[in-house]
Design a protein around this ligand. Structure first.
Ligand SMILES: Nc1ncnc2c1ncn2[C@@H]1O[C@H](COP(=O)(O)OP(=O)(O)OP(=O)(O)O)[C@@H](O)[C@H]1O
Length: 572
């Protein structure tokens, strides 16, 4: 059995707590061992009790406004003091503008992994017991101290006997029982007091604790992280701009992860990046485009792209590390996000509100009418004079205000996505203060829609191009103009794809609609067609287009050509 298979089949448990999060099993374990949780319960109750009392005191003495900042900072400190589970809760809450006051939110966002490193002796003992060999047998060299310490583990730099440079991630001792105990207490509190909380969580609070627990347990399983890294690498295998470290399974376990060392500069080190001769703008573009590819193409996305997890490599690529927290988007959600971006840019707020319902931000029974003008206002405030000024931070700030007035809620998955987008944008802005996310994002979305590689995307394009049964010439023009601003966008293959689609069986509806559109309002829309032609004529010369059309016919089966006959007949 290989080391990798051996790791996968390891059913062992730790201190009676099994590997996968199982709320019932954890409760059963602690219920008969009250001495294990009494002290922790008292500590947690005391820490939160004092905090809530100080909030009440502020209210009684009319100092809420004055002490706002101080209390927010105290909340961050007390979560840090209570350890990994509470730091993680704080990090998760920092993505929930619908649940948390804005001043607390700003403070929670700062919640980085601020724990001191643990003892080297303990770390090395963990490596030895996990890998079943001495540290010297596993690594030719290893740094005497960790190069980084985070909430869940710490990282050493090492060299394998075969010469490869690696990062060795070692998990904090006793982490699983610690998390299990805190989750048990949180669950008990949720069961007892959940119903009294004045929050619209959309779910039972115990379910939320369970979902959080399951994610956390996944995150501390380094075998799972290794798999995520490999899946992510496979998705980006044809992308020369993105680097993902390889996993050395032979030196990895559930608590030790050995992975390729990334030589590069964290995206926060702007100066170092510049002095290494790397163009920060290019890195920003790679970051945003690879972020969008994860969301809209692969559906498998890095849910924790904070500055420490992204590097610029000396050869101008962007490297991702830390695959503990990943999430998966369904096909339907991917498409709806793509269309929501387009609705936003097209300023079609009704369609946007409908997309919000589809994505779960609004329940299907919500009356969207009053929300439409509110969305219009938020968007108007957020973009100011032009679409180019759009940024996610402003828009989410505006949205968090909206959430109090309308029945919005943030589905857990989107909380991660939104955080991921804001982080990427923040990073981009730190590298290039003039950065406009729209300038990179929209050409990408437009390019994807126009290329329409999948039937679903083609359907979306149709939805965007036809509103109330009318063809939206202006939208097509906008989209082509914007997509063209992207260097990667080549009109010819797109035109060819469009043509193939038009004469295919699937394109019957579009053929008919286009013909109707051309003669809409009892006039031939030659003006619009001419404007479109002016937009594309520099890149497509008629000869090339003719050649592309011939190629398309040649590639198409007889059925494709047959599909064209009715269209030609209609034209006559
Ligand atoms: N492959 C690598 N190459 C170079 N440095 C690395 C690598 N992996 C980790 N590091 C360093 O270790 C730090 C912590 O690593 P990582 O983020 O994977 O740990 P973590 O415990 O999962 O942290 P978090 O609490 O943020 O999830 C990184 O910020 C980076 O500085």
């Amino acid at each position: 059995m290989s080391r990798h298979q051996e790791l996968l089949s390891d059913p062992s448990s730790e201190n009676g707590i099994i590997r996968r999060y199982d709320a019932e099993a954890i409760a059963k374990y602690y219920r008969i061992r009250p001495w294990l949780y009494i002290w922790r319960t008292l500590t947690v109750v005391w820490v939160f009790g004092t905090f809530f009392f100080s909030l009440l005191w502020d209210k009684w003495t009319n100092r809420t406004e004055k002490n706002k900042q101080k209390r927010a900072s105290q909340l961050r400190q007390l979560l840090t003091h209570l350890g990994p589970t509470f730091i993680k809760v704080g990090q998760a809450l920092s993505t929930r503008p619908d649940l948390i006051r804005k001043d607390f939110l700003d403070e929670l966002i700062k919640l980085q992994d601020q724990l001191p490193p643990f003892d080297n002796q303990i770390a090395f003992a963990i490596i030895e017991s996990e890998l079943n060999c001495s540290v010297d047998e596993a690594y030719r060299e290893i740094s005497p101290h960790p190069v980084a310490a985070a909430s869940l583990g710490q990282v050493y730099r090492a060299v394998l006997h075969t010469g490869e440079e690696v990062a060795v991630k070692v998990q904090r001792p006793n982490l699983r029982p610690m998390l299990a105990l805190d989750l048990f207490l949180m669950r008990c509190a949720a069961q007892r007091f959940g119903r009294w909380l004045p929050l619209n969580l959309g779910h039972d609070l115990t379910l939320i604790v369970d979902e959080f627990g399951a994610k956390l347990f996944e995150e501390i399983d380094y075998v799972n992280e290794g798999h995520n890294a490999e899946k992510f690498a496979t998705n980006f295998r044809n992308d020369p701009e993105v680097k993902v470290p390889a996993i050395y399974w032979q030196y990895s376990s559930h608590k030790v992860l050995t992975l390729e060392w990334i030589n590069g500069y964290k995206l926060t080190d702007t100066e170092k990046i510049r002095s290494a001769g790397i163009d920060p703008n290019e890195i920003v573009k790679i970051g945003v485009t690879s972020g969008l590819r994860q969301l809209l193409e692969h559906g498998f996305f890095h849910a924790d792209p904070h500055p420490g997890n992204l590097f610029a490599t000396p050869d101008g690529r962007m490297a991702y590390i830390d695959f503990g927290m990943m999430d998966q988007l369904e096909e339907e959600a991917k498409e709806t996000i793509a269309s929501a971006v387009v609705q936003l840019i097209n300023q079609d707020y009704e369609a946007l509100a409908e997309d919000f319902v589809k994505l779960g931000f609004l329940t299907p029974d919500t009356d969207i009418k009053p929300i439409i003008p509110a969305l219009e206002k938020v968007w108007g405030n957020a973009i100011g004079q032009s679409v180019g000024n759009f940024n996610f931070k402003t828009i989410t700030d505006e949205f968090s205000e909206l959430m109090y007035d309308y029945p919005f809620r943030v589905p857990a998955k989107f909380a991660l996505i939104i955080r991921s987008l804001i982080t990427q944008e923040g990073l981009a802005l730190s590298l290039d203060p003039n950065f406009k996310i729209v300038e990179v994002a929209y050409p990408y979305v437009a390019r994807r829609l126009l290329r329409g590689e999948s039937p679903q995307l083609r359907r979306r394009l149709l939805e965007v191009l036809f509103k109330d049964g009318k063809f939206q010439w202006q939208r097509l023009e906008n989209m082509i103009a914007i997509a063209r601003s992207d260097k990667k966008f080549d009109l010819l293959p797109t035109a060819q794809l469009g043509l193939q689609y038009l004469i295919s069986d699937e394109g019957r509806y579009l053929r008919r609609q286009l013909l109707l559109a051309l003669t809409e309002d009892d006039r031939l829309h030659t003006e619009e067609v001419q404007r479109l032609w002016v937009l594309i004529k520099d890149e497509i010369n008629p000869q090339q287009l003719w050649q592309a059309a011939l190629n398309t016919f040649r590639e198409l089966s007889v059925s494709g050509v047959a599909a064209l006959v009715p269209t030609v007949n209609t034209l006559r």
